[in-house]
Design a protein around this ligand. Sequence first.
Ligand code: UD1
Ligand code: MG
Length: 447
Amino acid sequence: MSVRAIVLAAGKGTRMKSSIPKVLHEICGRPMLWYILRELRAAGVDDIVVVTNDELQARIGEFDVPSVVQREQLGTGHAVKTALDATPPRDGSQVVVAYADMPLVPHDVFVRILTTPSGETPAAMTLVTVKMPLPSSFGRIVRRGEDVERIVEARDASPSELAIDEMNAGIYAFDEAALREAVAALKNDNAQEEYYLTDAVAHFVRQGKRVRPVTVSDHLLTLGINDRVELALARREMNARLAAAHMRDGVTIIDPATTYLEPELTIGRDTVIYPNTTISLLSTIGENCAIGPNTRISDSRIGNDVEICESVVVQSEIGDDSKIGPFAHIRGHAKLAGNNRVGNFVEIKNSQLARGAKSAHLAYLGDATIGEDTNIGAGTITCNFDCQRKNQTTIGKNVSIGSNTSIVAPRTIGDGALTGAGSVVTKDVAPGERVAGNPAKPLKPKN
Ligand code: UD1
Ligand code: MG
C-alpha cells in the first residue's frame, strides 16, 4: 500500500519569540525539521511534503523535500487541506500527518501507526496518545469506554476535560479518502477560530468510522516544542540519546551531560571523552583517543591514539599518535601527518606538518609546510601577511627553529638548517645552513 506523509511546519511559532522560523531552530546541530524527516524516512516513508509559510519556504531548499506554502495559518486542518489540494488523490493510500515541532519521535512510532494489528479492520484514522503530567497545553483525549470519542483542545476544554491526563501527541495515520472528506467538512467554531485537524476524530466517530488509538508510554518522545524552554529540554534529551549510542558502541564519555554531540559523528572504540567537549559537523575521531576536557572539534578528522586537551580543532586533520594542547588552536585546513606534538598556546592555520614535526609552545604557524621531525622553538611566528597577501613558508625536515624566530614569508628554509634564538629570517636559508640575528645572517662554521 502506498504511504505518504504531510509534515506541518507553517505555524507562526509565536511562542519562540524569534525572527527565525520555529522548525529551523537547532537541536544538536540540526534544525528541528531535519529530525522528523529522518525518522519518517527511517520508517520507510519517502513520499513527504512539508507545509511551510513564506519565511520557511525561503529556506526549505536545505532539506531536499517537496513543500507547499500555506499562505494564511488558519489551523492544522487547513494546513493538511492545503497539502492535499496540491496533490491528486490516490485511492487506498495511507497518509501520515505529523507536526514538525516534534523532533524526538522515533521512527518506530510511525511504523506502529501504519501497521494495522492482524485481525483488525483498517481504521479511518490512527492517532498517538500519551499520558502526561498536568497541567499541559496539549489537546485532551476524550474517551467513551475504550474508544476515543473526540479531542478537545486545552483552550476549548471544560475544567473536567482539563483534568484528563491522556493527550493527543499530534501524530496520525489516515485513510486518504477519509482524510480528504473530513478536512473538507471541518469548521472553525472554536476559541482560536482555527480549522483543527483534531476535530476529524469526532467527525469519523459520528459517521461510525473506526478511530484507532496507539499509546506511547514516554511523554518525552512526543514533546512538542513551542518555546525555548521546551527547545532546551529536547536538546538535552537528544544529546543524551547520541551519547548513549556512542557509549554502547564502545566510547567512554565521562560526563554525557557536558559532552555536546551531533548526529552523524564517528568516534572509535576506547576513545575517552572528558567533560565540556563539543564535537560537531561530521567530525570523525579514531580509536583509543583522549579528547577534552574543554575541547571543541568541528568538521575535522582525528586519527587513532590522539590526545587533544583543552583545545580547538576546526576544519583540520590530525594524524595518529599526536598530542595536542593544552590551549592549541588548529584551524583552516591544517593537516598534521601524525606523531606530532602541538602544545600550549600554538595556533596553526592552513599548514601541513609532516610526521614527527613539533611546536610545543607559543607559536603561530600560518600558510606553512613543515618537514619531518622539525622542531619549532617557543615563540616562533611565520609572518605570513604583508598587509596585502598571505605568503607561504616552507621549512624542510630535521630543521631546528630557535626560540622567538620570526620568518618573514615568503621564505624557504632547507633540510637540516638551524635558526638561532631571536632570529628574524628575511632571506631563504640553504639546507644545513645555520643563521642567527636580526636580520638573520649565516653563522661562521664551527672549527
Ligand atoms: C497541536 C494539537 C494538539 C496537540 C499538540 C501536540 C491541533 C488543533 N492541536 O496543538 O491537540 O496536543 O499539537 O504538540 O492540531 N501548523 C501549520 N499551520 C497552521 C497551524 C499549525 O502548519 O495553520 C503547524 C505548526 O507549524 C506546528 C503544528 O502544525 O508544527 C502544530 O501547531 P501548533 O500551533 O504547535 O499546535 P499546538 O497548539 O501545539
Ligand atoms: Mg505545538
